[in-house]
Design a protein around this ligand. Structure first.
Ligand code: F6P
Length: 328
């Protein structure tokens, strides 16, 4: 059995709905297993500033339904330096924290992997990001909620697009990941989807839009991921306007950070609970530098370095192909 006595848990990088459900599961599982639990505020920032709070089963009451993260989060540049990580480790040691659960995305796991390697502290990651861009899991915590938020917005945009016979360019989050855009494109019945992983030329897009007009479509929605190579929805709208003049009545909507907030869906709460429970149990049987994931309906562990390796991540291209067919 393991000698772990005190487990630190933190959230880092962009917040995602369901992070609180994961914190709750980690804290309660740890306490159930007889461990002391410490919340590290603002991720790596808090590690360097000794911003620690002791947590009990009651300190995670009434948070399962809340968006955001009660432990707060930050993107911390100083932790990327060896000096920053040394300070963080010394602070963890002083507090008696001898294992970590890191909740976040690829940046969070890159930091966790380095800290664990350099100072031999066990760490298990839980994927919490709306981007769904990690290998080793079919779903990250927050992705389902963000998709539902986006589709609610697109349905509303469709009402006004149809009433005015307009062409809407809707920008969704995803600097490096087209997962939300692809999902939104299919569920929202969009005319086209522009993704960071694919080059879609403006001429191809225009061809598609004109084809729609030929098929008697009077309004259209195009979904654009923020990381699309054409430079986001405003740029795409500008280029289309330059080529087509006033033949389309064009509007742009940027959904922005509203996609990151809100109460997590039931799916995200259950996923977060399963992963939090699994993460603590993994630590206690001696696992380290792994991420919990959901494959099919099984909770599995994947090495952190594989989880964050972007070349391992595959966008579901067949869905993109399907969405072309369904918009004829
Ligand atoms: O990684 C999650 C995410 O929401 C991305 O989709 C987006 O590109 C980025 O974070 C935005 O980051 P910030 O909130 O720091 O602007």
């Amino acid at each position: 059995m393991t000698a772990i006595k005190k487990i630190g848990v933190y959230t880092s990088g962009g917040d995602a709905p369901g992070m609180n459900a994961a914190i709750r599961a980690v804290v309660r599982t740890g306490i159930y297993m007889g461990k002391e639990m410490v919340g590290i505020m603002q991720g790596y920032q808090g590690m360097m500033e000794k911003n620690f709070i002791d947590m009990g089963a009651r300190s995670v009451c009434n948070i399962i339904q809340k968006g955001g993260t009660v432990l707060k989060t930050a993107r911390c540049m100083e932790f990327r330096t060896p000096e920053g990580r040394k300070l963080a480790y010394e602070n963890l040691k002083e507090k008696g924290i001898d294992a970590l659960v890191a909740i976040g995305g690829d940046g969070t796991f890159t930091g966790a992997e380095l800290l664990s390697k350099e100072y031999n502290i066990p760490v298990i990651g839980i994927p919490g990001t709306i981007d769904n861009d990690l290998s080793g899991t079919d779903y990250t915590i927050g992705y389902d909620t963000a998709n539902n938020t986006v589709i609610e917005a697109i349905d509303k945009i469709r009402d006004t697009a149809a009433s005015h016979d307009r062409l809407f360019f809707v920008e969704v989050m995803g600097r490096d990941s087209g997962c939300i855009a692809l999902q939104a494109g299919i569920a929202g019945g969009a005319e086209a989807v522009l993704l960071p992983e694919k080059d879609t030329g403006i001429d191809d897009l225009i061809g598609k839009l004109e084809q729609g007009v030929d098929c008697n479509k009077t309004s259209s929605i195009v979904i654009i991921a923020e990381g699309d190579k054409n430079g986001g929805a405003y740029n795409v709208a500008k280029h289309v306007k330059e080529k087509l003049g006033d033949s389309f009545d064009i509007k742009v909507t940027i959904l922005g950070h509203l996609q990151r907030g809100g109460s997590p869906t039931s799916f995200d709460r259950v996923l977060a609970s399963r992963m939090g429970y699994a993460a603590v149990n993994a630590l206690l049987v001696g696992e380290t530098r792994k991420m919990t994931g959901l494959k099919g309906n099984e909770i599995v562990l994947t090495n952190l370095e594989i989880a964050i390796n972007h070349s391992e991540f595959k966008l579901e291209e067949d869905l993109l192909e399907m969405s072309h067919v369904l918009t004829i």
